[in-house]
Write a protein that binds this ligand. Sequence first.
Ligand code: A2R
Ligand code: GDD
Length: 322
Amino acid sequence: MKAMIIGGGFVGHHLAKHLTESCHWETVLTKLPQETISIPGCEAYNLDILDQDAIQALLVRYRPDVIFHLAAQSSVAYSWKNPQMTVDVNIRGSLNVLDAIRAIEGYTPRVLLIGSGEEYGVLPQGTSLVDETVPVHPGNPYAITKATQNLFGTLYAKAYGMQTVMIRAFNHVGPGQAQQFVVSDFCKQAAEISAGVRAPEIFVGNLSAARDFTDVRDVVRAYALLAEHGRAGETYNVGSGTAVVIRDLLDQIIRQSGMEIRVTVDPKKLRSVEVPVIRADITKLARDTSWKPEIALEQTIEETLAYWRSRVKGETEEKTHG
Ligand code: A2R
Ligand code: GDD
């Protein structure tokens, strides 16, 4: 199997490792020119998804059997600050990928379009567990772009017979994630406190929301299985099936850090609109792939704390020794 991963971010990195090391698929990855990523056995190419001709040229050259489209502006918080850029990358960029594939005659690869659990948005009173049939009510600019990507992917499967499989990924976490996402954010602050470069105070946003967290290494296993067994034209939730209140997540991180830490709400971290609870019904994913999550949140937190401790230590030493 020949795979191409479009988007060399957090998940792209873990997916490339999984496909090369565990699945033994011939894999290439695309990244932005300013990004550095090095996975043994996986060649990396520069690609901006706003350039449809460049996407097409790379596809003609490599002709992958499976395309994982992950490139995106992936932050809900940032999408409030820059909705136009989020629309450009997440809608026009995704459409560029789909149209580049469609323009190549006789070419029908499997295409996984990675969307978000955020697409569901605010649910009817009393509902928190969502399956793929629940109508979407996106509650932020990012979620609107991902819901649109899903609609295009579904439409192109029907209209052109494309082998698209749409994913709604719930919160994925683990070592290597950027600091703007909640688990990384709290673990980085805890690591800085333990290194003595920050006072024992963690700044937080809305602690009452509840989210469905899955370790990124479990998530990429699900993506590889769906590439083989997912039904074309259909949508799959990928999540753990359980929701954790952010306050409990914070308590767990503080407990695992082994320190006394004060918690302060930073109003700048509160969002204009916030979906209160999101939890994935993963019956369809389990039925079609037999996937289930294997890594407990406790282990993910432990490894994410270790990742940030080592990064903060490296950065502190670099500052000290110039
Ligand atoms: O924004 P950057 O510099 O971190 O780069 C991101 C990259 N990206 C692009 N790649 C190609 N052409 C573009 N015009 C473009 N704009 C942004 O896509 C980043 O390296 C990558 C997305 O990775 P992350 O932000 O680390 O997200 P993550 O957690 O890996 O999520 C993967 C997928 C995304 O579609 C999310 O929206 C979804 O899963 O939840
Ligand atoms: N980042 C952050 N920092 N979030 C906080 C904080 C804080 O200090 N305090 C509370 N939160 C809450 C947010 O308000 C939100 O309810 C929840 O923690 C998770 O926030 P993020 O980790 O920033 O992720 P997200 O849910 O907005 O988006 C992530 O998950 C989506 C799938 O559900 C991203 O990975 C998206 O790309 C992905 O689609």
